[in-house]
Design a protein around this ligand. Structure first.
Ligand SMILES: [Zn+2]
Length: 309
């Protein structure tokens, strides 16, 4: 698998839009959606003289060896390593690459790929759109960083917006990017498109990528005009806040009880999972998010509550 999925450059000094698939190798929906989006945009450019791109659009694969192997990660979770403490030392030239684990090498290579994009296109700002899927069924949502531009774009995606999660997960790319590490104003969000294997996750991701580019004025026309738009989920709370995160430690033997879906209501005291210490009860009444149904991962589940407007 190649790092770059595709790219399209329009007028200069616009927004550089970098979209990522497979930061987790077992989440191919983002990569597939990006391929489709570029196909669609090229077709529109060919067929419609009035269709234009302002800025530059780049699609990248996050974790190539994990994607090739079909695992979330090989040695450690690539989306928990984005901190200056991890990145700066391995960027120094005297650091022997042989000493790096496979995700450290990916961290280095992906960071360099992003820097290269910034170097080659003089952008007014950068937007990072990081596409994921979940092990559980039950809908899509977005996780913007707490910057107005990220929240503004998230609010146009017609899926629930989860607040407070980007800050509680240390070492994610979107969180790292929030501090403008590349000397360009950067906004970012993670987009959870749906369940890993569901074909719907791909179409939801396609619509969301296009909608984000519309919101950022990168596209002057909707390439799916009148045809297929994002299917909203109006019954779900559109703005939710994280109140709880269940962390899994090495050797916990965490097992989620079957049947939970994203945004399923749960009651305080409800048994949600078990580990070697016995049953795990919900500390809150709220909605469950990202219940873990795979072996790899540090977070068992999250609980969100609806935010009052
Ligand atoms: Zn993921």
């Amino acid at each position: 698998m190649e790092r770059k999925i595709d790219e399209l450059e329009g007028s200069p000094n616009g927004t550089l839009f970098i979209a990522l698939g497979q930061m987790h190798g077992n989440e191919p929906a983002g990569t597939k959606a990006l391929k489709k989006v570029f196909e669609m945009l090229r077709l529109n450019i060919e067929e419609d003289k009035g269709f234009g791109i302002a800025g530059k659009i780049v699609g990248l694969v996050g974790n190539i060896p994990a994607a090739d192997a079909g695992f979330r990660f090989l040695d450690e979770d690539l989306n928990r390593m984005w901190t200056s403490e991890r990145i700066l030392p391995i960027k120094t030239p005297h650091y022997a690459t042989d000493d790096l684990n496979r995700e450290e090498r990916e961290l280095l290579a992906l960071e360099e790929a992003i820097v290269e994009e910034i170097r080659s296109y003089p952008a007014k700002d950068l937007f990072i759109f990081d596409i994921h899927t979940t092990t559980a069924n039950g809908g899509s949502f977005s996780i913007p960083i707490p910057k107005p531009e990220a929240q503004r774009v998230a609010n146009t995606l017609q899926v629930p917006v989860i607040h407070g999660l980007s800050g509680s997960l240390q070492g994610t790319l979107i969180q790292y990017a929030a501090h403008n590490p590349w000397k360009v104003e950067t906004a970012s969000l993670a987009f959870e498109a749906g369940q890993h294997e569901s074909p719907q996750a791909i179409s939801v991701a396609i619509s969301a990528i296009i909608q984000a580019m519309m919101a950022l004025d990168i596209l002057n026309k909707h390439p799916l005009s009148g045809k297929k738009r994002l299917e909203g989920q109006p019954s779900l709370p559109l703005n939710s806040k994280i109140v709880y995160r269940h962390r899994i430690k090495e050797g916990d033997e965490f097992v989620m009880k079957p049947g939970y879906r994203n945004f399923m209501p749960i009651k305080r005291g409800e048994e949600l999972a078990r580990d070697k210490n016995g049953p795990i009860h919900s500390p809150y009444t709220g909605l469950i998010l990202m219940p873990l149904y795979q072996a790899q991962g540090e977070d068992g589940f999250f609980i969100v509550v609806e935010e009052s407007a």
